[in-house]
Design a protein around this ligand. Structure first.
Ligand code: DC
Length: 220
């Protein structure tokens, strides 16, 4: 079974998807980490992120190993290195590169072949896995999402003003939503879940209940 979880950054997708996969005994696929890994590879090799062909070559040549909690490129653990503000910011160029998107979607489908997977991103239910059995679209108030991001950064020792985070978030949402290919939007058959007033535990419980119902009643 394929479970897709899409939605904007800060809606609680990542942690919910990872925990849901663990509870179900499914593999977890963090597709944002793939875009981040390509960004990291390009930054390391001084590849101009706006050079679409060079970035595509880098993506094709990237030896990527995605674990449930770790990301390795050519054997090197880059799990933390891909979460810096610089990689977060620069990843937008990679996300806007249609050829790279097509390549990464191939890899996502390869990863999911003959496996039970919870996959998380922006375009998983719409483009990567349009026939997924269970699709979710997580949303939350902009203010709440920015607050979560602020707490996440504070936990890593970075203090950033809420206003600044809100502004960055609005820009990212706009870019993600306006992309010509792989735009962030709910699939027509996705269940939208507002996580603003739910704890993480409540979100995971809700997702798990729906997936288990689906597993018990395939085809409904
Ligand atoms: O979810 P995230 O912040 O880790 O995503 C990193 C970048 O990749 C961000 O620019 C959005 C983009 N992305 C995408 O375009 N499509 C996906 N399926 C997942 C992430």
């Amino acid at each position: 079974m394929i479970v897709t979880i899409d939605g904007p950054a800060g809606a609680g997708k990542s942690t919910a998807a990872r925990c849901l996969a663990r509870r179900l005994g499914f593999r977890f696929l963090d597709t944002g980490a793939m875009y981040r890994a390509v960004t990291w590879v390009c930054c390391q090799a001084d590849i101009d992120l706006t050079d679409a062909n060079a970035v595509l070559d880098a993506a094709r040549g990237m030896q990527l190993d995605l674990g449930d909690d770790t990301v390795h490129v050519a054997g090197r653990d880059i799990s933390a290195a891909i979460r810096t503000p610089e990689i977060t910011r620069e990843s937008r160029h990679v996300a806007a590169n249609n050829a790279v998107r097509a390549h990464l979607i191939e890899r996502q489908r390869e990863f999911a072949r003959d496996r039970n997977v919870v996959t998380e991103g922006r375009d998983q239910g719409t483009i990567a896995f349009p026939h997924a059995e269970c699709k979710f679209y997580l949303v939350a108030d902009p203010q709440e999402r920015a607050l979560r991001r602020q707490r996440e950064l504070a936990a890593r020792g970075q203090q950033v003003a809420l206003e600044e985070l809100l502004q960055q978030q609005t820009h990212r949402d706009q870019r993600d939503a306006e992309r010509e290919f792989g735009a962030m939007r709910p699939a027509t058959d996705a269940r939208e879940i507002d996580t603003s007033n739910l704890t993480l535990e409540q979100v995971i419980d809700k997702l798990e209940r729906i997936v288990r119902e689906r597993l018990a009643n395939p085809g409904h």
